[in-house]
Every structure is written in structure tokens, then in C-alpha cells.
Design a protein around this ligand. Structure first.
Ligand code: AP5
Ligand code: MG
Length: 213
């Protein structure tokens, strides 16, 4: 099963992608997480990506596409994967489609987690992330059991660098301009499914599993 998660920054793509990955036994692949791991490790790729991410801009397609195609060619992806944050532009979607065509394969569903802009800023300000295992929480909506501490690995939770209100505003603008056209792109291919992302986390997941079966 090969799935793409679409949706604005903060719509809950990562939250749902992790749950899908666990239920269906496929890897969760987030280009944002890959970039953040590279930034943390001080790699050349990380330093390059950070220049764009800190401004809320997209990392150039040339860099992103190569990383993603490498990742999906790994052995653990042979039964499928859930892509979170890729593709984010029409050219990225076309590269992925062509690469899959070459091996006689295709994406099964593109799931759009639909959340209006008004809800997004609230979610981002309250998000806390675990620098150890990548788990995501929300101070109000999805709090950890002990304040500021990851339920899974016990590490101290952090606020993401790009979750500052002015950067969130840029990310939303970039989303509407560069990423939202993918909704029509996948609609035309008849694999788009939309879920209401303003519902609670478990209800959103139930809507997704009803689609995936
Ligand atoms: P990326 O890491 O992908 O960030 P994003 O798309 O902006 O999305 P987020 O991770 O912020 O949100 P999410 O939808 O995963 O929401 P979450 O589940 O955390 O990308 C970061 C940057 O990397 C980009 O800006 C770009 O620079 C670069 N990049 C990455 N991929 C790229 C690509 N392909 N091409 C070019 N550049 C790329 O949820 C948000 C919050 O809400 C959390 O606190 C969560 O707990 C809470 N929440 C979740 N679900 C619910 C719910 N149902 N109700 C209430 N709260 C909820
Ligand atoms: Mg995410």
C-alpha cells in the first residue's frame, strides 16, 4: 500500500501518518523529519535545507527528490509506505509518478487532511516534538502524560524552530501557492480522498482507515 498525505502545515499529516504506518506495517517517510535529522547531525544537506526551512520556504526540488527516491528504493519499502510532506510541488509529484511508472507501480491513495488556516496557527504554537523518537504532542489537544516529557522515550520535548508565528504564516502562503495544486492533480487521477482534519485525532484516523480498509 502506497499512500501520500496531503494537507497544510500543522494539519496533522505526521500524527496520522505514524498511526497508519503502525496499523498497516509500512514505513512512515517524512521529508521534513529527514531534513531535521540532517540538521541535528550537522550534515551538508542539513545546513543547506535549514536556510530554506527557517524562512518557511520549500527546500529546492533537486535536493528533495533525490533523497526521497533513495529512501523509497530501500528494502523496507517493497510492500509500501506512507509519504508525509512529499510531494509538495507538481514537479515532485511528476518525478515520483515517473519513477513508479518505470517499475510498473503506482500510488494507491492521496489523502488530504483538510484543516482551515484559522485552526493552523493554534496548533503550531502548541505543538511539542520529541528530539529523540520524533513523537508529536500538543499542549492542549494531545498532551503528554507528564508535562514537557515524551511518553515513549522520556526525553524533554522541544518547540520546532519553524513554528514561530511569522514563519507559520510564510509556510501557509507557500502551501497555498505551491502545494495545494496537488489536490487537483490527484483528483484528476481519481486517487484523492479528503478527510475532515478538524475532528479529534482518533476520529480522523477512523475516517482514514475506512478509506484504506
Ligand atoms: P514538514 O516537517 O513536512 O512540515 P509541514 O508540512 O509544515 O507540516 P508539519 O509537520 O508542521 O505538520 P503536520 O501536518 O505533520 O502536523 P502534526 O501531525 O505535527 O516540513 C518542514 C519544512 O521542511 C518545510 O517547510 C520545507 O522547508 C521542508 N520540506 C519538507 N518536505 C519538503 C518537500 N517535499 N519539498 C520541499 N521542502 C520540504 O500536527 C500539528 C499539531 O497539531 C501537533 O501539535 C499535533 O499534536 C496536533 N494535532 C494533530 N492532529 C490533531 C487533531 N486531530 N486535533 C487537534 N490537534 C491535532
Ligand atoms: Mg509533520
Amino acid at each position: 500500500m502506497k499512500i501520500i498525505m496531503l494537507g497544510a502545515p500543522g494539519a496533522g499529516k505526521g500524527t496520522q501518518a505514524k498511526m497508519i504506518a503502525e496499523k498497516y506495517g509500512v514505513p512512515h517517510i517524512s521529508t521534513g523529519d529527514i531534513f531535521r535529522a540532517n540538521i541535528k547531525n550537522g550534515t551538508e544537506l542539513g545546513m543547506e535545507a535549514k536556510k530554506y526551512m527557517d524562512q518557511g520556504l520549500l527546500v529546492p526540488d533537486e535536493l528533495t527528490v533525490k533523497i526521497l527516491l533513495d529512501r523509497v528504493s530501500n528494502e523496507d519499502c517493497k510492500n509500501g509506505y506512507v509519504l508525509d510532506g512529499f510531494p509538495r510541488t507538481i514537479p515532485q509529484a511528476e518525478v515520483l509518478e515517473n519513477a513508479l511508472n518505470d517499475i510498473n507501480d503506482k500510488i494507491d491513495y492521496a489523502i488530504d487532511v483538510d484543516v482551515p488556516d484559522e485552526n493552523i496557527v493554534n496548533r503550531m504554537g502548541g505543538r511539542r516534538a520529541c528530539p529523540g523518537c520524533g513523537a508529536t504532542y500538543h499542549v492542549e489537544f494531545i498532551p503528554p502524560k507528564a508535562e514537557g516529557i515524551c511518553d515513549t522515550c522520556g526525553k524533554e520535548l522541544i518547540l520546532r524552530d519553524d513554528d514561530k508565528p511569522e514563519t507559520v504564516k510564510n509556510r501557509l502562503e507557500v502551501y497555498h501557492k505551491q502545494t495545494q495544486p496537488l489536490i487537483e492533480f490527484y483528483q484528476k487521477k481519481e486517487i484523492l480522498r479528503t478527510v475532515d482534519g478538524t475532528a479529534g485525532m482518533e476520529d480522523v484516523f477512523a475516517a482514514i482507515t475506512a478509506i484504506l480498509g
